[in-house]
Design a protein around this ligand. Structure first.
Ligand SMILES: NC(=O)c1ccc[n+]([C@@H]2O[C@H](COP(=O)([O-])OP(=O)(O)OC[C@H]3O[C@@H](n4cnc5c(N)ncnc54)[C@H](O)[C@@H]3O)[C@@H](O)[C@H]2O)c1
Length: 250
């Protein structure tokens, strides 16, 4: 119960990997604010966790909604100690495709986390107890993938945002980390689950990840990674380590 008496905000926390982050933070005693567009899923998860969680509808691209969220959290639960900038969308599309899709992906996957940091960090600083911010990249933030130009660019950029924020916020005792997930089974990846099943055969750990495995990394980062900031933490089945040849006998 290392987070008893502390408040956490998880964007995109209503389902998928975000739900796993919500559950692990609640297990550690935090009060968790599930901030998402999905009202039914978010309220159901909050109900499941009882007094340890509540749902707030948030579009991460809307600065006014962020301000209202933070004001409400501070008034009702105390200043946030943890922010998990998890909300994101995946999108296929090459560099030849339309600008509108590019802008939407950057708005949610990059500008959303910026607004989160920009709005939540001042409340952390005012409270004077430090804090932990975790951003979510992807293996798409380490190499390029075809036909995913906007997503790849957004997930590279969030690593840069993490490093800048880590330096800016270190004097206030706020750590900023970035997690690099490989393929996980979530509603986001459900439409191409078959392709992922094939892809993971080239990883050292030849399977798709289970969201609670990512939850355990979040627990480590929030509670124990006290001498780290600005760094990338991989949970990718070794995908960024390298690949084996199809007939290498593994
Ligand atoms: N699943 C994977 O394999 C994988 C791999 C690498 C990185 N990621 C990243 O992990 C994060 C979570 O992915 P997931 O697989 O759980 O996806 P998901 O689609 O299952 O969940 C994403 C959540 O974000 C919410 N969301 C989307 N746009 C929002 C907005 N504008 N405002 C507020 N909430 C919004 C959705 O409603 C949803 O609840 C994303 O940032 C994703 O890019 C996922």
């Amino acid at each position: 119960m290392g987070l008893a008496g502390k408040t956490a905000i998880v964007t995109g926390g209503a389902r998928g990997l975000g739900e796993a982050y919500v559950r692990v933070l609640a297990e550690e005693g935090a009060h968790v604010v599930i901030a998402d567009l999905l009202e039914d899923e978010g309220r159901a998860l909050a109900a499941d966790l009882g007094s340890q969680a509540n749902f707030v509808r948030l579009d991460v691209t809307d600065q006014r909604q962020w301000r209202a969220l933070v004001d409400g959290v501070v008034a009702q639960h105390g200043a946030p100690y943890v922010l998990i900038n998890n909300a994101g969308i995946h999108s296929f599309g090459s560099v030849l495709d339309d600008y509108q899709n590019w802008r939407l992906v950057q708005d949610i996957n990059l500008n959303g986390p910026f607004l989160g940091i920009n709005t939540v960090a001042p409340a952390m600083i005012a409270a004077g107890n430090g804090g932990v911010i975790v951003n979510i990249s992807s293996t798409c933030g380490f190499i390029g993938y075809g036909d995913q130009a906007a997503y790849v660019a957004s997930k590279w950029a969030i690593r840069g945002l993490t490093k800048a924020a880590a330096i800016d916020l270190a004097p206030h005792g706020i750590r900023v980390h970035v997690v690099v997930p490989g393929p996980f089974a979530t509603p986001m990846t459900a439409p191409f689950h078959g392709e992922l099943t094939e892809l993971v055969k080239s990883q050292p750990v030849q399977r798709i990840g289970d969201p609670p495995e990512a939850g355990r990394l979040i627990r480590y980062l929030v509670l124990d990674a006290t001498y780290s900031t600005g760094s990338e933490f991989f949970i990718d089945g070794g995908a960024m380590t390298g690949m084996s040849l199809p007939d290498a006998g593994q």
